[in-house]
Design a protein. Sequence first.
Length: 472
Amino acid sequence: MVPADQAGGVMRADLLVENIAGLDEALTAVDAFDRALVTGLLRPQPAQAAGLTELANAVSGTPLAARVAEAADKAAAGSAGEDHFVALAAARTALLGSVHDALMARVAEASGRPRGAETAPAPGGRQGANLLAAARSWLSDLARAGWQGIDHDTVSGAAHVVSAMLPDPALRRLATLLDGLAAELAASCPGSALERIPARRWGDLWSRAMLLTLPGVADAPVTGTVTGRLLPLGIDVQEHATAVQAQVHAVFEPADGTAPRLVRASVSVPKPDTVVGAGLWQLLRPHMSLLAAVSDGRSMDLAEMPVTAEGDLLWSDEHARPSEPADAFATARVALPTAIDPATAPMDRHPARIAVPVFLEGYAAQRDDEALTFTVAGHPLAVDTDRIPAAGPLTPEAVAASGACIGLLRWDAGTYRVQPLAVETTVRKKAVAIHAGGWAGGTTDKAGVRSEKAATDAVAVLRERAGRLLRK
């Protein structure tokens, strides 16, 4: 049966509101294990043992079954070793991976786009085996103590491991994760005083770190090179107090005429907490010429640009040059529907990592209690306006008044949501396109200019102070 027109034929929104078999059961098993980690596995109580059993039962029909069942029994008895904690982390990761795959299969069906072929990771080495073992020992201590049992002595055990790992590029990924987890836990000590514990988040960080302690898991991804034309769709900005990242989503058209594919290019930099809004672009621009091209509405020609099997361009300005004008909405209407979605690396299969470029058109926007919804061919799709950055001209009001949207389809709080990257709307009776990354290459907008000037002043002061300290 041919479906009714779904927003220009691009998205079958009806599929995004249907239940997915087994999804709730998988998440329930993950939550049961996370509750066991809250109070710790040194002296488990019956409720914790039940949570461990639920996790083991959830993977009973998989190759992990025997090892996880043994690990659950040992943990329930309070005698789990490091290998048992690794098995439990693997089971939790596998369940969330299955949720990711089910959600992505539904997205592929709704968008009608082909998926990229999966690539098996190359066998890893055994660099830093002693440091990996030390990290695994610390993570095991955390599991025994539980989030309610953490104190500064327990958390500080990560410091020497992280400092020893950071100089080694092969271990830096795990070191950064351990450092971030330790910082969050240190800020929450003592755990016994916490009123609310982010059990899912800390469970995610713990299980991911535990698996990264296995030799080879954190090895660099398989890479190749690509030559052709890059057609940007939009920029996703993620800002934290001390860092900011800009990730460009784009369609890549290979020079050899093979099928177009979706790719990403990212740049991350540290930042002072006084640099906000449009001032962020001053920190990012020097590291990626692509940002100016997106702001100017231009494509880029790539020559032998390194790329991973998962579609992440390892950006180098030496391999790129600005090319002809390229309208993002023309790309979304013409090139996006046939672009191949990239495969996802095994360690990245998690619902929180889902961010799929989509194009919506002909919807009706509705506000209800500050929440915004697009009704697409009669079916509601939540709009995540909280992710719209202050570093660009796009606003929730512009999104609410729009008639077409380029966005990232995400899954959060049990439902699919679209994060707007750009919209087509009407301003003073004129049709205009407004992009979240519209100020990436600079702006004449009054608010943007003020923000850039404030950032310039803040950075100048910080440089002067840093220079003064270095001269002492």
